[in-house]
Design a protein around this ligand. Structure first.
Ligand SMILES: NC(=O)c1ccc[n+]([C@@H]2O[C@H](COP(=O)([O-])OP(=O)(O)OC[C@H]3O[C@@H](n4cnc5c(N)ncnc54)[C@H](O)[C@@H]3O)[C@@H](O)[C@H]2O)c1
Length: 263
């Protein structure tokens, strides 16, 4: 099947995002790399954490001419000591964090019969645990400065009951509960917490691993809109939610899925 031509998207400009200190997990590839690009384009100061060194360095190089060149920091987010050290180093360098985008994840497929206790723990570490501890580290800085924004990336998958993803979906369902709980506890500190819920987004990894004409047709027939969701569509929603335009948005889930109710 021929690839669809992607309509170019021009991001809105949010003046309050200029010079904001933004930390993006999993910013080296996929949706995260578009988030890095979009926030750098707003004039924000971006730090991104990842383990994909080659892609991350390449991205940082490509964006080095931005108003503030995005900074790549290698950090395996399943290692909580490394995570704490990365946030401490950013705090020292930036003097705080205004926006945290908890984006890193891994949606490897798995069969229920093959799951061992170690694999279960690993999937929770890759997809859920770091969101809490990154938020905890960021919140300590945000409280001191009088506020901030945390956006946790969930997934449409568990809303649709997708197959071969039960652990990923367990983590992604929990992220919506985590987001609501944090929004309640942190509202008095002027910290907004929301969940961003992407649908089937056309990323290099998705296209390389799971793209078939049948899958493309299944997605399009399940969506209200008959166009694929692009990484830019996720970044556009994220820019809005991170900006002051969304100042009364907290404790909710925001879908960017072309209205995908399954097929
Ligand atoms: N692509 C989709 O269709 C889709 C759909 C629903 C939800 N999402 C969510 O959107 C977010 C981004 O998805 P994506 O498709 O761009 O993912 P991706 O797999 O393409 O990229 C994830 C990034 O996270 C990094 N990462 C993974 N494990 C890490 C670790 N232990 N430490 C540091 N970095 C690590 C990877 O290196 C990679 O750069 C995820 O939260 C995902 O669950 C994506």
């Amino acid at each position: 099947m021929a690839e669809q031509a992607v309509q170019p998207l021009v991001y809105a400009t949010y003046p309050d995002l200029r010079d904001k200190r933004v930390v993006i997990t999993g910013g080296g590839t996929g949706i995260g790399s578009e988030l890095v690009t979009a926030f750098a384009g707003q004039g924000a100061r971006v730090w991104f954490l990842d383990i994909a060194d080659e892609a991350s360095h390449k991205l940082a190089d490509a964006l080095s001419g931005s108003a503030h060149a995005p900074q790549y920091r290698r950090c395996d987010l399943t290692d909580l000591n490394a995570l704490a050290a990365a946030f401490a180093a950013i705090d020292q360098e930036a003097g705080g964090i205004d926006v945290l985008l908890n984006n890193a994840a891994n949606d490897d497929r798995h069969e229920i019969d093959d799951v061992t206790p170690a694999y279960y723990e690993n999937r929770m570490a890759v997809n859920l645990r770091h969101q809490f501890f990154c938020a905890q580290a960021a919140v300590r800085m945000m409280r001191k400065q009088g506020g901030g924004v945390i956006l946790n990336f969930g997934s449409i998958s568990w809303h649709l009951a997708s197959s071969q993803l039960s652990l990923y979906m367990t983590a992604k369902a929990a992220i919506e509960g985590l987001s609501r709980g944090m929004a309640r506890d942190l509202g008095a500190d002027n910290i907004r917490v929301n969940a961003v819920i992407p649908g089937a987004v056309r990323t290099p990894r998705q296209q390389a691993l799971w793209h078939t004409p049948e899958e493309e047709a299944r997605i399009l027939s399940g969506q209200c809109l008959r166009e694929r969701v692009e990484m830019q569509d996720v970044a556009a929603l994220t820019l809005f939610l991170a900006s002051d335009n969304a100042r009364r948005c907290s404790g909710r889930e925001y879908f960017v899925d072309a209205g995908w109710y399954g097929a």
